[in-house]
Write a protein that binds this ligand. Structure first.
Ligand SMILES: Nc1ncnc2c1ncn2[C@@H]1O[C@H](COP(=O)(O)OP(=O)(O)OP(=O)(O)O)[C@@H](O)[C@H]1O
Ligand SMILES: [Mg+2]
Length: 474
């Protein structure tokens, strides 16, 4: 079905018939199965062929299943263990769960029951592995990709990051949309002393005002309709690490007062609770608004402004650091077409250097991703850029861009297909809109849909014919 690695199941039981049965069920779920007749054999398996799932009998010849469980959890904390118990040993099984077993199943069990248990365990392992993979990828990106910026404006920013990374000083990051505020916030956290602790990003503009307080500070069971159990807030989740309050200017005045108290008292009071909980969190806030004028006009609390703004890192807009553009272009070509062989023509680079980039680095990133996806596979030329960016370079413009030549790319077709599919989905199947979003003509879109065998969902044969005609007309 997919190239996901098979889930590995280890069955530990001294009774051969039970081992056989469990392995047959595991096999029917597509697991690769292994067996051990004793805890000792199981322990050697942990090292030679670490399993994802373990089904262990509670009573083993020389050692109990609970002792084995403890050993497993100390070596392979992500491996899920279920305990098989005989009649009347539920208490030990419950103890096992307290020690981290996923669940227990009483013998004799029905095949279907064990199947379901194994399926649930496998699902959990997959989720955990997926998250671990994403986390590793994110931190690898943080470390390897870094922040591009040789311009003097960005060099100042990089110097600030290295000064701030090991402190707990509150930082306010300002800059237009897409200038890299979140990237800088992450760098301050992940390059510094708090890197091992949590980094929690909160988009203050996206929080629903009525839920904001409970999201940030948590709530007590029964605090409001639907509060079925006590829940920790984002400040608690960030305890010991950093909280990134993005778009802080969007915070309503009432929440600003509450946030100020948290910063002053270093404690939160969950909604519906009388208790205060200590939190020690480094605050990194970001804004693309002019907070100073916001507090002057009464839309932002002055005291909060001064508390957050102990240090400001200002990110210059891309149009004020054009010398970074060629390096950023290479950086994004590497990201979106790794190991590629794509050649950026001097004329295309000239246009990129000249454009004003109101959406800053994010706009440049999107522009490169789009050109890779929709353009020629060997050359990125002016025609592959969005119309607004294609323009004649003024005569005599300094061309420092020959280095940008000779870039190559592979596996673009698949990327193109994926992008078209995604955009098509976003546009709800509306071809005209999808074409606009992709910046290509209807005819080109039809041609590409045909090339990639993308079906026109729910379309009548007439429309299919129209598509054919469009494609043929090119
Ligand atoms: N100096 C840089 N070097 C490399 N990549 C960058 C740089 N600045 C920004 N980027 C990339 O540009 C994109 C936008 O950056 P980011 O999300 O940090 O911007 P932002 O200022 O938070 O934007 P917004 O105000 O829209 O939230 C990200 O993919 C980021 O990795
Ligand atoms: Mg942002």
């Amino acid at each position: 079905m997919s190239d996901e690695p098979k889930i590995k199941l280890l069955v530990v039981d001294d009774e051969q018939s039970i081992r056989k049965l469990c392995m047959t069920i595991g096999g029917s779920l597509g697991f690769s199965c292994n067996e051990a007749e004793s805890a000792e054999t199981a322990v050697t398996r942990l090292e030679t062929d670490p399993p994802d799932l373990i089904l262990s009998d509670l009573k083993l010849p020389n050692q109990s299943g609970v002792e084995l469980l403890q050993q497993i959890k100390s070596v392979l904390p992500r491996t899920e263990v279920a305990i098989m118990t005989g009649h009347g040993s539920i208490e030990s099984a419950v103890d096992a769960m307290k020690l981290g077993a996923y669940d227990y199943i009483e013998k004799p069990f029905r095949v279907e029951k064990l199947r379901l248990l194994l399926q649930r365990m496998a699902e959990k392992v997959r989720l955990v592995n997926e998250n671990a993979f994403l986390r590793e990828r994110v931190s690898a990106e943080d470390n390897l990709d870094g922040i591009i910026g040789a311009s003097s404006g960005m060099q100042d920013v990089l110097r600030m990051i290295s000064k701030l990374k090991d402190t707990r000083t509150p930082v306010l990051i300002s800059g237009e949309s897409g200038t890299g505020k979140e990237l800088v916030a992450r760098a301050i956290h992940f390059r510094g002393a708090l890197a091992q602790m949590n980094f929690v990003a909160v988009d203050c503009g996206a929080l629903v005002p009525t839920l904001m307080e409970s999201e940030l500070f948590g709530y007590e069971k029964g605090a409001f309709t639907g509060a079925m159990k006590t829940k920790a807030g984002l400040f608690q989740a960030a305890n010991g690490g950093s909280i990134f309050l993005d778009e802080i200017g969007e915070l309503p005045l009432e929440m600003q007062a509450k946030l100020l108290r948290v910063l002053q008292e270093k404690e939160v009071r969950p909604v519906g609770s009388n208790d205060r909980i200590n939190v020690d969190v480094r605050v990194i806030a970001a804004t693309n608004r002019d907070l100073e004028s916001a507090y002057r006009s009464g839309n932002f609390r002055k005291d909060l402004y001064f508390r957050l703004n102990v240090v400001t890192v200002h990110l210059p807009p891309l149009r004020e650091r054009r010398s970074d553009i060629p390096t950023l272009v290479h950086h994004f070509l590497n990201r979106y077409a790794p190991g590629s062989n794509l050649h950026v023509t001097p004329a295309a680079m000239k246009s990129l250097l000249q454009y004003d980039w109101p959406g800053n680095v994010r706009e440049l990133e999107n522009c490169i991703a789009r050109a890779i996806t929709l353009g020629d596979q060997h050359v990125m030329d002016v025609k592959d850029l969005p119309p607004a960016i294609r323009s004649e370079a003024p005569a005599g413009m300094d061309m420092t861009t020959q280095a940008a030549a000779s870039l190559s790319t592979t596996a673009l077709a698949e990327m193109e297909r994926m992008t078209i599919l995604r955009v098509f989905e976003q546009a709800n199947g509306d071809k005209a809109l999808a074409g606009k979003m992709l910046g290509i003509s209807r005819a080109t879109l039809y041609r590409k849909l045909k090339r990639y065998n993308i079906p026109l969902r729910g379309e009548s044969p007439e429309i299919e014919k129209e598509a054919e005609a469009h494609a043929a007309a090119r």
